[in-house]
Write a protein that binds this ligand. Structure first.
Ligand SMILES: Cc1cc2nc3c(=O)[nH]c(=O)nc-3n(C[C@H](O)[C@H](O)[C@H](O)COP(=O)(O)OP(=O)(O)OC[C@H]3O[C@@H](n4cnc5c(N)ncnc54)[C@H](O)[C@@H]3O)c2cc1C
Length: 395
């Protein structure tokens, strides 16, 4: 018997297959299984796996999680930020946590463990190689096996193989390029220089910034912005590290952040995309974990509905996109607009904003899902001096 026929007779059947065990995939798989769906979660890496990320969990993301983060996963709690643009510096602290620091390998492994406890079958070290829609279901072929499922949720990140089966890849405009490095330091050293704050340093790159996020015994440093400016990024990153007196002997790794322009649907017959695979990241801050978790949950709820109705067509799955967009599209679009205009006039706009405490304090509210980005933006426009508004809007 040739291997192809052998595979075809050995198809394992599932109600849902989720590809990718990041926050989007593990959340989606867990919610599917908790609702009685026979669920398989495929991950190409061994778990825990490394993920290039600053590992800042906003209060908005914590709310989306729906359960308390175990204390052992918390590296540090930050109550403030130091924002820098040119010669302008401002440090604003709230009386409470504004960002919870984690290491992504541990955080993501915890989420996939939660999915496993909810009954999800997890296959790690299985690279999804192809996804084919058929009348009988979706055929998923991995490095080792072949599966059949009624629905596939593609949560396989920025390079999503699932997305490639029905929509064009992200354009350069929809991508941000980053370099990151973890810089080990004794805990006491971090307590001295960066105990409970994150650093955002603007001006190094268009449509982005350089950052320092403190963990227990290392600092997650990075720089990221417009894809087209990736050429001299290493030099700028080293300049940034030098300025903050950090170890220059690091080997930064490159990675991408996707920012959707909402031109392509994130669903088709039998398939939905969640998290980075769909480009659900805040353009201004680069925050994606909150939207990955939210989209994973909504995709799962839609899969449950499709299962109950025994209808996996795009007409039914459309409600996934509609629901996610009604909750988050406006915020994501406002953040993209905010990013465009503030980086067009970095000194004038970012500088003016940064030096005012209330601008930063209200931004914390956006990150905590206490204020919509639109409301923040309107408030900011009212606070912006008239001469700047004239420059921006040409009135
Ligand atoms: C440098 C950087 C810093 C960031 N910092 C922050 C931050 O501080 N806070 C924040 O909220 N967001 C941050 N983000 C964004 C955040 O990391 C992402 O938005 C988030 O990880 C998206 O989650 P996800 O589950 O959609 O995808 P991912 O976390 O990328 O998970 C996708 C998973 O799919 C797996 N996979 C891929 N292909 C296949 C395949 N063919 N078969 C099987 N499995 C596959 C991958 O191995 C991976 O485990 C940052 C991003 C970058 C690049």
């Amino acid at each position: 018997m040739n291997s192809r026929r052998k595979r075809a007779t050995n198809l394992n059947n599932y109600d849902v297959i989720v590809v990718g065990a990041g926050p989007a995939g593990s959340t989606a798989a867990r919610a599917c299984s908790m609702n009685g769906l026979k669920t398989l979660l495929l991950e190409k890496e061994a778990i825990p796996r490394d993920k290039r990320c600053a590992g800042g969990i906003s209060n908005g993301a914590l709310k989306e999680l729906g359960f308390k983060l175990p204390e052992e996963l918390v590296e540090r709690r930050c109550s403030g930020m130091l924002a820098i643009q040119g010669r302008i510096k401002n440090e604003v602290h709230e009386g409470h946590t504004v960002a919870t620091m984690v290491t992504r390998s541990g955080f993501d492994a915890f989420l996939s463990d939660k999915a496993k406890s909810a009954g999800v079958e997890i296959q790690a070290n299985e690279n999804c190689l192809s996804v084919k829609r058929k009348d009988s279901g979706v055929e998923v072929t991995t490095s080792g096996r072949q599966y059949l499922s009624n629905i596939v949720i593609g949560a396989d990140g920025v390079h999503s193989r699932v997305a490639k089966t029905f929509r064009p890849p992200f354009t350069h405009d929809e991508l941000r390029y980053c370099l990151t490095a973890d810089i080990p330091l004794p805990e006491s050293g971090i307590n001295e220089i960066l105990p409970d704050k994150v650093v955002f340093h603007y001006g190094y790159i268009d449509l982005g910034y350089a950052w320092l996020f403190p963990k227990k015994d290392y600092i997650s440093a990075g720089i990221g912005g417009a894809f087209t400016q990736s050429k001299n990024l290493k030099r700028k990153f080293i300049e940034f590290l030098k300025l903050h007196e950090l170890d220059l002997n690091v080997k930064p790794k490159g990675c991408l952040i996707p920012i959707t322009n909402f031109k392509n649907d994130v669903y088709t017959d039998r398939i939905m995309l969640a998290g980075d695979a769909a480009g659900f990241v805040d353009c201004f801050s680069g925050e994606g974990i909150r939207f990955a978790i939210a989209s994973g949950r909504i995709a799962a709820e839609t899969a449950v509905k499709a299962h109950r109705e025994n209808n996996y067509s795009r007409d039914v799955l459309k409600s996934y996109q509609d629901r996610f967009y009604s909750g988050f599209k406006d915020d994501l679009k406002c953040s993209t607009f905010m990013s465009r205009i503030s980086f067009r006039y970095p000194n004038m706009l970012l500088g003016t904003f940064i030096m005012r405490d209330e601008v930063i304090s209200n931004y914390y509210k956006v990150m905590s899902a206490e204020m919509s980005f639109r409301k923040y933006f309107k408030w900011l426009v009212l606070k912006t001096p008239g001469y700047l508004l004239k420059r921006i809007f040409g009135k």
